[in-house]
Design a protein around this ligand. Structure first.
Ligand code: NAD
Ligand code: UDP
Length: 313
């Protein structure tokens, strides 16, 4: 039975990855310090003999008993409100935490996959973004704490690959949504759903003309699984290229929830990317992967999960 360590495993994406690897017959070790994650996300796995949870901050020396075949390094705040509130922890987990995870991969002779992000492209000047675009990031801006941590993490991962021969994979994840996102997560989809279900004003930042391309979590997990098992060491974008403006997204969610909410416009956060859309040619060619879940279907499933947690019948 292959054994996988998932750092950040009690978070939104990490917990779905724990489910995937348990379902595929792996032994899963989930490591998290709950800084933005929750025990609720993994409660259903507790007691499963193939699942083990370790409460630990991965910026400190990481110890895992026995052999390890794979490491998925997902620990990091990911929502802008989280990393703006936790700037130093975010820089530390991207740098020191990635260093610890890579050191563990080297010691255990394990293959490691780094969760990187479309934020490495910053406010992109090339659209859609292919992997060979180097990005447009403001290192001293508020978002720089996240973007530069991930850019450093990518550089460190490639250095461990080239210098130590560690088997590495890098996924650049584009905006992903789905069940288990925190109700107060602060990202656009959870905010809009939460507000719409409570018939409160739906807060669109700026004029809402900025775009994103949102991917349903099951598609992302499938892409990550394929990448981990592939031979590809260069970064691969995983995301859904269906692009829309944030105003369109707000309207869609109001309609799907049957809400009475009005849209209000608030200040745009600084350095907020104006456009974002993955070029997924490499994922298609190398992984034979593309997203399958239509946005409407994914949003309906996510709304159902939010309703359940908000006790709305
Ligand atoms: P999340 O906040 O739900 O999950 C992150 C998890 O990491 C949480 O459980 C948190 O407690 C844990 N964590 C943070 N710092 C830690 C530390 N020092 N030690 C141990 N655990 C720690 O966010 P998410 O959306 O699930 O994102 C997971 C990963 O995917 C992150 O690395 C993020 O950068 C990346 N990512 C996510 C998206 C997205 O759209 N969801 C997009 C791009 C990249
Ligand atoms: N956004 C918004 N209203 C909200 C939350 C976010 O208009 O209540 C905007 C935000 O300014 C950005 C887009 O939605 O332009 C996506 O934001 P999110 O935090 O989901 O992800 P990121 O900016 O990291 O792509």
């Amino acid at each position: 039975m292959a054994k996988v360590l998932i750092t950040g495993g009690a978070g939104f994406l990490g917990s779905h990855l724990c489910d995937k690897f348990i379902a595929e017959g792996y032994e899963v070790v989930c490591m998290d310090n709950f800084v933005t994650g929750s025990p609720d996300n993994i409660a259903h796995l507790m007691g499963n003999p193939n699942f083990k949870f370790i409460l630990h901050d991965v910026t400190n020396y990481v110890y895992v008993e026995g052999e390890l075949d794979y490491i998925l390094h997902f620990a990091s705040p990911a929502s802008p409100i989280d990393y703006l509130k936790l700037p130093i922890q975010t820089l530390k987990v991207g740098s020191l935490g990635t260093h610890k995870a890579l050191g563990l991969a080297k010691a255990k002779n394990a293959r490691i996959l780094l969760a990187s992000t479309s934020e490495v492209y910053g406010d992109p000047l090339i659209h859609p973004q292919p992997e060979d675009y180097w990005g447009n990031v403001n290192p001293v801006g508020y978002r720089g704490v996240y973007d530069e941590a991930k850019r450093f993490a990518e550089a460190l991962t490639m250095a461990y690959h080239r210098y130590h021969g560690v088997e590495t994979r890098i996924v650049r994840i584009f905006n992903t949504y789905g069940p288990r996102m925190r109700l107060q997560d602060g990202r656009a989809i959870p905010n809009f759903i939460n507000q719409a279900l409570k018939n409160k004003d739906v807060t669109v930042y700026g004029d809402g003309a900025q775009t994103r391309s949102v991917c349903y979590v099951d598609d992302l997990v499938d892409g990550i699984y394929r990448l981990l098992l592939s031979d590809e060491t260069d970064p691969v974008n995983i995301g859904n290229p269906a692009e829309l403006t944030m105003l369109e997204l707000a309207k869609e969610i109001i309609e799907l929830t049957g809400s009475q909410s009005e849209i209000t416009f608030e200040d745009l956060p600084s350095d907020d990317p104006k456009v974002r859309q993955p070029n997924i040619t490499r994922a298609r060619e190398i992984l034979n992967w593309e997203p399958k879940v239509e946005r409407k279907t994914g949003l309906i499933r996510t709304i159902a999960d939010f309703k359940k947690r908000l006790h709305i019948v």
